[in-house]
Design a protein around this ligand. Structure first.
Ligand SMILES: [Fe+2]
Length: 138
């Protein structure tokens, strides 16, 4: 069973961003499914998905931040701070995970991912939509 079911109300109406968000959800679901199938035994597989998730989130944040700068988004600083908090939190999880392959850590991680992304997309990201649209982002 998927951890996150994508809902049409999560869409911002900007295909470039929506597709990136869907891809992130897809990676999170894959991480969760790998756990459901192999528990924490496929260490290489888990490490690989976590790396993919980190790299793709970075790519996505960079996309948003590039537009913030180009369009002089007034709320950029606070938004970028949230992205950086996320990066820090993920690094903490990876460190914890490297020392103990613990199911509790894994569940904390997946809960965090689910809550963070759904909240972030539906609240903070939604605030830049008018500006991005005005500037022709599709
Ligand atoms: Fe964002």
């Amino acid at each position: 069973m998927a951890l996150i079911t994508w809902q049409s109300e999560y869409e911002l109406g900007i295909a470039e961003i929506d597709n990136q968000h869907k891809k992130i959800v897809e990676i999170i679901n894959r991480l969760f499914e790998m756990f459901s199938t192999h528990k924490l035994q496929d260490e290489a597989g888990l490490t690989q998905i976590l790396k993919e998730l980190t790299d793709y989130a970075d790519y996505h944040f960079t996309t948003e931040e590039k537009y913030f700068e180009a369009f002089k988004y007034p709320q950029a600083a606070g938004h970028i701070e949230m992205h950086n908090n996320y990066r820090t939190k993920i690094e903490e999880f990876k460190t914890q995970f490297a020392t103990a392959k613990d199911e509790a850590i894994f569940f904390n991680l997946t809960n965090f991912l689910q809550d963070w992304w759904i909240w972030h997309i539906n609240n903070l990201d939604r605030e830049y939509v008018p500006l991005f649209k005005e500037n022709g982002v599709k």
